[in-house]
Design a binder for this molecule. Structure first.
Ligand code: SF4
Length: 376
């Protein structure tokens, strides 16, 4: 769902819902956007075009000519989304209902969240159910229980509940680059109860700049994260251990450190980046200075160096085949599969340690048998 910047936007709802004062704090920082956001916006435009086309809508303008990030992979992903929704529409028809389909539908959220509006990717109403489908082009997994989707579902229910009959809402995340479709259902009564008891009060706190700071997963998308005292406190919690006694950390303590280490490293790198940007803009960070990094050698004129080498009988170029992911991106999934699928083999990756609830099967090193009673 593409959104213009709104103070309490659904796309940033995980942040302001859990940490209401972050809404005003973020206003102090510019929204720098990102390549990923621009790529996602273009993918959404293509999804809209392909879905409307497959629904037989007329007078459509193909957006591909003016797209900067278009690739065959994007085409595959958006075609997959259009086919997924069209199939859903056909299924409802096969059950004897005529569904109503709304593509890129603007929804008014102001009844629940001050000054908030948004655009839902697709809403399908039929068979006593409202289905809201959200296309995600990013690679960070998004569950169907995400607040953003639930908020859009609420806006859609509010918009259509007097016009159509439905008693439940199905929320679907379609995330093709992860081969993932996730969905969850809620009955309308529960959705409105949640809106009245949880969403509205939190949105009002956030709008008023009140509430309590709370750090967590949602800080990832907070523009204040590099300077935020509460996030720093949360990340530095790791230092709470009394390392002196006993001299060795227990396995339980190691497990706790492991569960925090990714976000600690990401936060620390963010702070380093912030300090570098500040220093480059002329601010002095006490006790730190800027120096030149390690120098590298390069040709002042590549073409001239290549001409000299060729004249001397030396081929200056290296020809290297693209990898599996690169070729799949270049060709698109369909052409890639037609041409090369039978030649792709999977090599086991280097073992990594991950939380127990990770979906991948456990790797057992040769000659090792895990014994629950004995720690390694
Ligand atoms: S970084 Fe986290 S704790 Fe700090 S303001 Fe942002 S969301 Fe709240």
């Amino acid at each position: 769902m593409a959104e213009k910047h709104a103070f309490l936007s659904p796309s940033s709802s995980e942040r302001w819902y859990h940490c209401p004062p972050s809404a005003w704090l973020c206003e102090q920082f510019p929204d720098l956007g990102s390549v990923y956001a621009a790529e996602g916006t273009e993918a959404h435009r293509l999804c809209e075009y392909l879905l409307k086309k497959s629904l037989g809508r007329k007078y459509l303008r193909d957006p591909r000519k003016n797209m900067e990030y278009y690739t065959p992979e994007m085409q595959d992903c958006c075609e997959g989304y259009a086919a997924f929704v069209s199939e859903m529409v056909q299924d409802i028809r096969a059950r004897g209902d005529e569904p109503a389909v709304f593509v890129e539908q603007r929804v008014d959220l102001r009844m629940f969240i001050p000054q908030s509006m948004g655009t839902a990717d697709c809403i399908v109403i039929g068979g006593n159910e409202l289905v809201i489908v959200d296309f995600k082009y990013g690679m960070h997994p998004v569950p169907a229980t995400s607040l953003q989707l639930r908020i859009y579902a609420l806006g859609a229910c509010e918009m259509f509940r007097d016009l159509y009959e439905f008693s439940s809402v199905r929320m679907v995340i379609y995330q093709p680059r992860l081969n993932a479709v996730d969905e969850t259902r809620m009955n309308i009564g529960d959705l409105y109860l949640w809106a009245a008891q949880e969403l509205k009060p939190r949105a009002e706190l956030a709008f008023a700049g009140r509430g309590t700071f709370a750090a967590g997963e949602w800080c990832r998308n907070c523009r204040a994260r590099r300077q935020c005292r509460f996030l720093a406190g949360h990340e530095l919690e790791i230092a709470k251990y009394d390392f002196a006694d006993p001299p060795l950390l227990s396995d339980e303590e190691i497990a706790d450190v492991l569960s925090r280490v990714d976000s600690l490293v990401a936060w620390a790198n963010g702070v380093r980046e912030y300090a570098l940007t500040a220093a480059l803009s002329g601010r002095k960070i006490a006790g730190w200075k800027l120096v030149s990094g390690k120098s590298t050698r390069k040709f002042a004129d590549d073409a001239c160096a290549a001409a000299r080498l060729e004249a001397a009988g030396v081929d200056p170029y290296e020809k290297k085949m693209l990898g599996v992911a690169g070729l799949e991106k270049k060709l698109g999934k369909k052409d890639f599969d037609n041409l090369l699928a039978d030649l792709v083999v999977r090599q086991a990756g280097k073992p990594v340690i991950v939380p127990e609830d990770d979906k991948r099967p456990e790797f057992v090193p040769a000659g090792i048998e895990f014994n629950d009673k004995e720690s390694i």
